[in-house]
Design a protein. Structure first.
Length: 279
């Protein structure tokens, strides 16, 4: 790995550590909340190594199974996921494109790969012309951003926009998450896209896990050994074929018994439409 990789690794580590906070929980030990963009190129799993237990938990995606999924790179290094919402726009997490709330990285740092279920290869690779971060973004809330691509994507069976959900899923709905994130807290990045099925928790139902979740956060519950992990940030949560969430954070490490935090798309749909080319 060359020196450009090391520079961004250090940057991402600082970002991650700077955002560590405590969230009040009903258990006696405080829970630790973390964003999910701390990944290292050195941790890439060899392409031919595909053990069965993995995202954390879940399964490998087939080509074209998640045509809205992109991988986002900062100065050439994989950092986050995202979802295609139109030929020119991708939605991701705000913490993927900022060094801290209020301080955006230059758009020129970012590139997007679409149409590939592999990291670092396949599909099309396009540069980002502009990033738009939600103006109310601060740690863990309103953690959503838009990327305007420098060239329009051509849709095909492996590259397609996903429509935005207008309503929150009912409690206990099956929600599909996908991403190239680590397969466990200190684990590797999978070379191939993974997905898993989590369960939505509506307000009141997540209160038994966490006491102070913002109403714009979608909580997704899972059993131990499942859920989002570092590198899944910005990636999609899908319900009934529509985008319902954008990956934001985990609590107490990957695959813990705490729910994962996603920005709730129905809460941000108007902002997304006003700041993109969606009708
Ligand atoms: C809400 O969904 C969660 C997660 O699947 C489940 O554990 C809980 O029992 C549900 N609550 C109700 C009231 O059905």
């Amino acid at each position: 790995m060359g020196s450009p990789n090391r520079v961004s690794v250090v940057t991402q580590l600082l970002v991650g550590c700077g955002l560590l906070v405590l969230v009040t929980s009903t258990s006696t030990t405080p829970a630790t909340t973390e964003v999910l963009n701390k990944v290292y190129v050195e941790d890439l799993e060899p392409v031919d190594d595909m053990p069965s237990s993995r995202i954390v938990g879940g399964q490998y995606a087939s080509d074209g199974q998640f045509p809205h999924q992109i991988s986002l790179y900062i100065r050439g290094d994989f950092t986050c996921g995202g979802s295609i919402i139109s030929a020119s726009y991708v939605v991701t997490a705000a913490h993927c494109v900022t060094s801290q709330p209020g301080i955006n990285y230059p758009a020129s740092y970012f590139t997007v790969r679409a149409g590939s279920s592999q990291l670092y290869t396949g599909g099309v690779y396009v540069s980002v012309a502009e990033t738009k971060v939600h103006p109310q973004y601060r740690s863990y809330i309103y953690d959503i951003a838009l990327l305007r691509l420098s060239t329009k994507l051509s849709f095909n069976s492996r590259i397609r926009a996903i429509s935005l959900a207008t309503v929150e899923p009912p409690n206990n709905s099956a929600i599909t998450i996908s991403g190239f994130g680590r397969v466990r807290t200190s684990g590797e990045l999978p070379s191939r896209l993974k997905y898993n099925t989590l369960r939505s928790l509506t307000y009141g139902n997540y209160k038994r896990f966490i006491s102070d979740v913002d109403p714009t956060t979608l909580c997704l519950s899972h059993t131990i050994g499942n859920g989002a992990c570092y590198g899944d940030s910005g990636g999609p949560a899908v319900y009934n074929g529509k985008l319902v969430g954008v990956s934001n954070y985990i609590i107490n490490g990957c695959g813990s018994n705490y729910p994962d935090g996603y920005a709730k798309i129905p809460s941000f749909r108007n902002w997304v439409r006003q700041n993109s080319d969606l009708p």
